[in-house]
Design a protein around this ligand. Structure first.
Ligand SMILES: [Fe+2]
Length: 373
């Protein structure tokens, strides 16, 4: 059994200047980023590589329309290396832009066009959540098909993942909270996955500890950009470790169930995940309290300095200071959607549900939606 694979080379730099010195940005490169990231970090380097500002092609999560528009703009330039500098949207889009273009990018997601990697891809994440720099998952909304679909093949791995902690300096408080909670959940879900092994567990455990300890330190002082500065490297490393863990062992029910809420009400991914996190872990506990979940609870209890029986309450007390946990109806969910979302999850998310700590029946998945409604 293959235990661990990290496909891209991983680099870490203290500054963009150091990154530029080693990667020598110039002819043959194209940068895909947001203008608000370009101005403080790339512009001072004095490079004159072409820049594509993703925000010009649409807001929010990646879509096939956005990708198609960017493909036709990028045809104007000659390049063989794409530098993707941004959050999950930019990174996922660039995984597709590094492939031989399809007439319509939707064809790459449906399998009509075979993915062929034709450009080198360098990813610099600007959030501390997705771990997308080390995974091969690219998710996009396929507007023509009215669905969201992921592409995860060998060709969608980046060639280099570049970690530069200062790139997180401008993160708004809320984006910091949602992205880092997403990373915490990647670590926790992959730890409990049946595909976990001693290597992925090591990455999961380190990520969980770094994120939780970071929260404790931060929340004592207040979650703001100034107080976060000293912790940015830890959070960036932790989200990368969690990415390595779930890239190999997978995520489970928390991600599977949260897609229904995220998709229907446009709730940011990390916030949607948080709504399901403790409820699903409580369900796991009821079904098999003596397996690996006992060790994860002990780890959380040690960090939170509480009794293991109180661990989920204390975990919520901590995380609620970052994101509010609220009933799903407050997002606009109706009672009838309890059944609808449960069915949708069972029908579409088997890839993730296969990584659950214990088997969850259709009825138990329905109960989770009902309990949170
Ligand atoms: Fe996630």
């Amino acid at each position: 059994m293959q235990a661990l694979r990290v496909a891209p080379k991983i680099y870490i730099f203290d500054s963009f200047k150091e990154f530029h010195e080693e990667f020598n940005l110039g002819k043959g490169d194209i940068l895909v980023t947001n203008e608000w990231m370009y101005t403080p970090y790339i512009k001072p380097l004095g490079t004159d590589i072409p820049v594509i500002y993703q925000e010009k092609y649409g807001k929010g999560e990646p879509s096939d329309e956005m990708i198609d528009a960017m493909v036709s703009e990028m045809k104007k330039y000659e390049y063989d290396r794409i530098i993707a500098f941004g959050g999950g949207t930019i990174v996922d889009i660039c995984k597709i832009l590094a492939l031989e273009p399809a007439e319509k990018s939707v064809d790459l997601f449906t399998g009509k066009k075979k993915p062929v990697k034709v450009k080198e891809l360098v990813v610099i994440p600007s959030t501390c959540g997705t771990g997308s720099e080390v995974t091969n998952v690219a998710i996009a909304e396929l507007k023509t098909l009215h669905t969201k679909k992921g592409l995860a093949v060998e060709e969608t791995y980046a060639d280099a993942a570049v970690l530069i902690p200062e790139s997180l300096q401008g993160l708004p408080d809320y984006v910091f909270a949602t992205s880092s909670i997403d990373a915490l959940i990647h670590a926790a879900e992959s730890y409990l996955s049946p595909k976990a092994n001693p290597f992925t567990e090591m990455y999961s455990l380190k990520a969980m500890t770094m994120i939780m300890e970071g929260y404790k330190t931060l929340l004592k002082k207040g979650n703001n950009a100034e107080n976060r500065k000293a912790l940015l490297k830890d959070f960036l490393l932790a989200s990368n470790y969690a990415g390595i863990a779930f890239g190999n062992a997978g995520c489970g029910a928390v991600h599977a169930l949260s897609y229904a809420i995220g998709g229907a009400f446009h709730v940011p991914h990390g916030e949607a995940n948080y709504q399901f996190f403790t409820e699903i872990f409580k369900t796991y506990m009821r079904k098999n309290p003596t397996g690996k979940i006992a060790s994860i609870n002990e780890i959380f209890a040690n960090i939170l300095d509480c009794h293991v029986e109180d661990v989920y309450d204390e975990l919520e007390n901590l995380l609620n200071q970052l994101i509010a946990k609220k009933p799903l109806r407050e997002y606009g969910m109706s009672e009838a959607q309890i059944d609808e979302f449960a069915k949708m999850t069972v029908d579409n998310q088997q890839r993730l549900l296969a990584n659950n700590y214990v088997y969850l029946s259709d009825e138990e998945i329905r109960d989770i939606f009902a309990n949170l409604y």
